[in-house]
Structures are given as C-alpha cells and as structure tokens.
Ligand binder design. Structure first.
Ligand SMILES: Cc1cc2nc3c(=O)[nH]c(=O)nc-3n(C[C@H](O)[C@H](O)[C@H](O)COP(=O)(O)OP(=O)(O)OC[C@H]3O[C@@H](n4cnc5c(N)ncnc54)[C@H](O)[C@@H]3O)c2cc1C
Length: 393
C-alpha cells in the first residue's frame, strides 16, 4: 500500500500506541491518538529495555534521547545473589549491532514516555487526552468510531493499543478476559548510590528482589511474590507492605526496603496475562501491544514487544497491497515471537513460585552452571524468531 496514506486512529497512548503513531506517521500515514487518561500520567517505577527494544527505539529515532534519559548497565551485567546477599553468579546480556546498541537500559517509565510523547508531538500527531472509543462501526470501506466526547472519527484503520484490560477487544467481538497469573509485583524508586551500576537479582525462596539503575541518580527496586488475586491493597499501605513482603532479604536490598515510607514512590501490580490466538485483527481494527499479548514480566520484554509490533505493523502496511493482507501478515509475523516470550516468562515465574527453602542450594548450583547458557539461548532464539518475522528488513 506504499504511497497510499491511510487515516489511522490509535486508541491508547502507552508504549505501543506512541511507537505505532511514530512508525505509521514516519511511513506517511495520517495518524491521531485518543488516550483515556486526561493527562499523561505514567506509572512510577522503571522499566528495562533490552537490546532488541533499544534496536526498535533506534529505528524509530528515539535511541539517543532514551539512552540519555536512562542508564545503560555497563557490560550488560546481571549479578545474582541469594536473599542474604551472597553472590551466586554473574551473567551478561547480549548487545546488538556489534556493540553499538547496549545490552540493557534501565529508565524511569515517565521519562521514556516523555521522549515518546515529544516525538509524537514533533511529527504533528494530534493526541486527544481524556478520550476513548464508545462504539465502532467496522465497515468494509472504513471504520466509524464514536468517541467519548460524542464526536465521530472516520478511519481506514484503527489500532487498538489500549493495554491488558483493553476495552477495544470487546468492541470488536474478541472474547478474551485477562488471566490473573498469581503474581504480584512491588516496585519502588530510590536514590542510586553511585557505586551501584549492575542489574541485581536476589533469589529468595519463591520470591525475587531486583535492583536496577534507571538514571544517573535513581534506581528502582522490584519484588515478585505470589499474591492472592482477589485482594485490594490500599495504595497508602504499599510502602509498608512492600517492606514486609521482603523483610528477610539482606544487603544490597535491605537499605532500600528500610527507607520505604509514606513519601516513597511505591507501586503494586497484580500481574495479568492475555493469551489470544490469531487473528489479532477484525476487519479494519488491529490489536497490538498488551491488548494482544500481555505477558508476565519475568523476561522484561513486554515493552520491547510493543515497540516491535509498531514497526512491523508499519512495514506490513507498506509491503502489502491490501489492508487485510497487511494485518494478516502482521499477526503471522508477531504471534510466534510474542508467544515465545509469554511462554518463557510464564515458565520462569512458575518455576520460581514452586521453590522451597530446602531447594535453594540446588537452585543456586543450577544457576551457576546454566544461567549464562539460558540467557544466550533465550536471546539467540528471540533473534532468530525476530529475523524470521521480517523485522526491519
Ligand atoms: C510489573 C511489570 C513489570 C514490567 N516490566 C517490564 C520491563 O522491565 N520491560 C518491558 O519491556 N516490559 C515490562 N513490562 C511490560 C510492559 O509494561 C508492557 O508490556 C507495556 O507497557 C505494554 O504497552 P502498551 O502500550 O501495550 O500498554 P499500556 O502500557 O498498558 O498502555 C495502554 C494505554 O492505553 C490507555 N487506555 C487504556 N484503555 C483505553 C481506552 N479504552 N481508550 C483509550 N485509551 C486507553 C492507557 O491509559 C494507556 O496509556 C512489565 C509489566 C509489568 C506488569
């Protein structure tokens, strides 16, 4: 469809929506975003972006600014400790493009979004905050979307990038409710001691506590533990609850847990997953990002998958004669990669949740023997699948 600009409505202005706006606008389409939040308010905490995600940000023209706003971990180092701080093993994540692209970056989510939103604005993409889609007429010639302000948007394509709890799925007749995975993640932002530059993963008994630099002066901590799904923790209690959940952890976690208090930026998330068979589109409406394939966070790849979706969608539209062919090709390219990430991430989480205190020594021995091989195997396979999916050709 090269040279035939489409009017595209993107629903949701998160990672997937902003990256799709950039990729589709750069390939000549007329794009607009509607976003439910009435102001850009992005969850506190940080996010890891591994080399494959950084490659996508490079293709979108965002890499330099994201690197400047975040913290590339020197040597891509990941240091494993037991829950008392005894070192277990160190692994290294792979770089990309012969080392030009760092192996892993930590960044505050709000900072990454600031960079994305600035590029969206610079491309002249209109963003309508506080707005959602209330009804859709998904016709053969175009989509008529009724917006929550009562106006109607006509589009040749609607990109549903409205996250794991997507309302767009139901509007297009996709019957898929998010599945609670059994895991809760506790996250907090702290000042970074200058000497703390590694990604750190502390291995508790059926618990994990991670530490990740996200800027020159900040880091974030994240703790994963099984939690009941049907419980509400009031946000005011989050600092106390986070400190309590991981109270048995020693250094280097202990000082960060000890400083949690009323003023801390703490976030609790009950993790949900979306496993959706193809097709990920209906007519002229395409699901992308978490709306199509939300994953557990154990591989830290959900954001990168959303970025790749955006680029592959724009490429598919350019490469195919009809929208139906393009959307079908997009799904076929993306499904194996996203399913691989979801399966790998789920397996890591479930194995961790089954650990017992008595099994820690065997687990640590296994980590020493196999951790680097597992990293290399996962990223090698991810690279093979991504290349096979035509990404970036
Ligand atoms: C605990 C945790 C840790 C994670 N850590 C990492 C990590 O380190 N690295 C990584 O790559 N990924 C990580 N992820 C995954 C990553 O956060 C997601 O995959 C990514 O945010 C998906 O982006 P998205 O744009 O598809 O969805 P979202 O980020 O959820 O964005 C959706 C957007 O749509 C808007 N919206 C929702 N409904 C509507 C509507 N009806 N109308 C209009 N707008 C709407 C929302 O307000 C939001 O702005 C983690 C996830 C969790 C839960």
């Amino acid at each position: 469809m090269q040279g035939r600009p489409i009017d595209i409505l993107i629903v949701g202005g998160g990672i997937a929506g902003c990256c799709a706006a950039i990729a589709l606008s750069q390939t000549g389409h007329r794009v607009r975003i509607v976003e439910k939040q009435d102001a850009w308010r992005f969850q506190s905490s940080g996010i890891f972006v591994y080399a494959n995600g950084l490659e996508s940000l490079d293709k979108l023209g965002l890499l330099k600014e994201v690197l400047a706003a975040g913290f590339p971990v020197p040597g891509g180092r990941n240091a494993y400790y037991d829950h008392m701080g005894v070192p277990i093993v160190e692994t290294r994540y792979p770089t990309a493009d012969a080392g030009r692209i760092p192996a892993i970056l930590g960044i505050k989510r709000a900072e990454m979004h600031r960079v994305m939103a600035a590029h969206v604005a610079a491309l002249g993409v209109p963003v309508q905050l506080g707005t959602t889609v209330t009804a859709l007429d998904n016709g053969a010639e175009g989509v008529r979307a009724t917006l929550s302000d009562g106006s109607v948007a006509q589009a040749g394509l609607v990109v549903a990038a409205d996250g794991v709890r997507s309302a767009m799925r139901a509007l297009i007749g996709v019957d898929a409710a998010p599945r609670y995975t059994g895991f809760g993640v506790w996250r907090a932002v702290h000042r970074r001691p200058l000497e703390l530059t590694d990604k750190i993963m502390m291995m508790g008994h059926a618990k994990r506590f991670g530490i990740m630099p996200i800027s020159d002066d900040l880091l974030y901590t994240f703790g994963t533990v099984t939690e009941p799904g049907d419980i509400y923790y009031p946000p005011a209690d989050w600092p106390r609850l986070m400190a309590g959940r991981f109270a048995e952890f020693g250094d280097p976690a202990a000082p960060f847990l000890a400083e949690l208090g009323e003023e801390s930026e703490v976030l609790y998330t009950a993790v949900e997953e979306i496993v959706l068979p193809l097709p990920w589109h209906r007519g002229r409406v395409q699901l992308i990002g978490d709306a199509a394939h939300a994953s557990t966070p154990f591989m830290g790849q959900g954001g990168a998958m959303a970025m790749q979706d955006a680029i592959v969608l724009a490429e598919a539209i350019t490469a195919h004669d009809t929208l139906e062919e393009a959307l079908t090709a997009f799904g076929l390219a993306r499904f194996p990669i996203c399913a691989f990430v979801q399966d790998a991430s789920r397996a890591v989480g479930e194995a961790g949740a089954k650990e017992t205190q008595g099994g820690a020594a065997a687990r640590n021995l296994d980590l020493r023997r196999t951790a680097q091989t597992k990293v290399d195997t996962f990223y090698g396979k991810l690279r093979d699948l991504t290349d096979a999916g035509g990404f970036g050709r």
